[in-house]
Design a binder for this molecule. Structure first.
Ligand SMILES: [Zn+2]
Length: 420
């Protein structure tokens, strides 16, 4: 039990990061040292990986100091009740963009080819509708290292699009994005120490994106630091400039990790909220990846290209059966720790396609309703029973009923992308 708590606390250090390591030419299996899963686990998990592997030197296991979580007192009670506690009051408001979809749970298997168009168009509509009003929602600061050349100049726009996309949901009042190459790591450390959210040891997270290739920072990580500040660390490595994922989708993906934790602002460690949900294995990276790809694609055609690249580009060693039954088993896995569990990386494929399907049914941002509902419970109190109720509230049917339908959609979609 103690070990589990320790792991939970460390997992909570940051939310995972997603960083597309795919090459534009798109070959499924890992081709380089930068590909999945060996490297991804470290960064993407940003969190537990460090805890449970030898990467503890990167973010030592005392990262409780980074996100001030008192391990022993932040223990889930495990006395699950049906009644939400009063710990959180954030609830999504009505979306400003009416969402009408021909797709529901009864016909999604037959209409699955309509999913990408519906979600891409509605995601764009959501951003457009919210863009102006959302500019004052979050104080955004993009900080670039002195010797760092970002992949492009629209980083701030990408983050702004992410803020607009999630405008109907709780967000951190401030978000700092640090973009830096390997040479600028000392700059990032010194900047961290100047930040109002800084607490001793926090600067170690600067290393998180720099664990995949020697003397290079290619990953990214994001979450809530301190009480309520969103922070993203994004490594810049010139050879990655050929990867279209880095031109918007990555930034939006990372920002989404901070939004995922935002409903728990006020709890001791906001990052732990969504990471302890029974859906953590598929929803955590799936939600971030869906937002990144849909919002970060300028056209439906580009979205379809990125979608295929990402699904093919995150193979998971030891997991080769993408049948509906195997996907069901993955859904039922509620304990896939980054780094420890290779299936964590299925969040970038199965998780992403699951959130995409849900977004086609309930609207492009609907999945964040799961987080905001879950935040009505204390951290760690959402178990299977509660999650079923939360899911039913958001989507109209229980998670148990939805699972086989979604598994079939995802299995068919993976097959169509892989074998076409
Ligand atoms: Zn991620």
């Amino acid at each position: 039990m103690k070990n589990k708590l320790l792991i939970l606390a460390i997992v909570s250090f940051l939310t995972g990061c997603g960083y597309g390591l795919d090459n534009p030419e798109q070959t499924p299996p890992a081709k380089t040292a930068t590909d999945f899963p060996a490297t991804e686990a470290i960064v993407s998990i940003g969190t537990a990986v460090q805890a449970s592997t030898d990467t503890s030197t990167v973010v030592p296991t005392d990262t409780a100091t980074v996100v001030p979580t008192v391990i022993t007192t932040d223990t889930p009670t495990w006395t699950s009740t049906n009644e939400p506690t009063q710990t959180a009051t954030h609830m999504p408001t009505q979306t400003s963009t009416p969402f009408v979809s021909p797709i529901d749970f009864s016909n999604i298997v037959t209409l699955k080819e309509e999913i990408p168009r519906i979600v891409w168009e509605s995601a764009k509509n959501e951003v457009r509708s919210n863009y102006e009003d959302s500019r004052s929602l979050v104080e955004l600061k993009v900080l670039v290292g002195p010797s760092t050349t970002p992949y492009y100049n629209e980083n701030e726009d990408a983050f702004r699009n992410a803020i607009a996309f999630w405008a109907q949901f709780p967000q951190p009042p401030e978000y700092f994005a640090f973009l830096y190459n390997f040479e600028d790591k000392p700059w990032a450390v010194s900047k961290f120490k100047e930040m109002p959210f800084y607490s001793k040891g926090m600067e170690r997270s600067v290393d998180a994106p720099c664990q995949h290739i020697p003397q290079a920072c290619t990953g990214a990580n994001s979450g809530i630091f301190g009480a309520n500040t969103g922070v993203g660390v994004v490594g810049i490595y010139p050879p990655d400039a050929s990867d279209p994922y880095r031109f918007g989708p990555l930034q939006i993906h990372e920002y989404t990790h901070a939004v995922q934790a935002a409903p728990w602002i006020g709890a001791k460690d906001p990052n732990r909220g969504h990471q302890t949900m029974p859906s953590a294995c598929w929803l955590g990276e799936g939600q971030a990846h869906f937002a990144g790809l849909a919002v970060g694609s300028d056209s439906l055609e580009k979205y379809l290209q990125l979608r295929e690249m990402q699904v093919k580009g995150h193979p998971v060693e030891g997991f080769n059966d993408y049948s509906a039954d195997a996907i069901l088993d993955f859904y039922r896995d509620t304990d896939c720790l980054p780094g420890k569990s290779p299936e964590y990386a299925l969040g970038y494929t199965i998780g992403y396609l699951t959130v995409e399907a849900l977004s086609a049914i309930g609207g492009p941002t609907s999945s964040m309703g799961l987080n905001t509902r879950a935040a009505l419970y204390s951290v760690g109190e959402v178990k299977e029973k509660e999650f079923n109720q939360i899911f039913q509230h958001v989507y109209g049917i229980s998670w148990n009923e939805a699972m086989p339908i979604l598994a079939k959609v995802v299995a068919d979609t993976v097959a169509s992308l892989t074998y076409k």
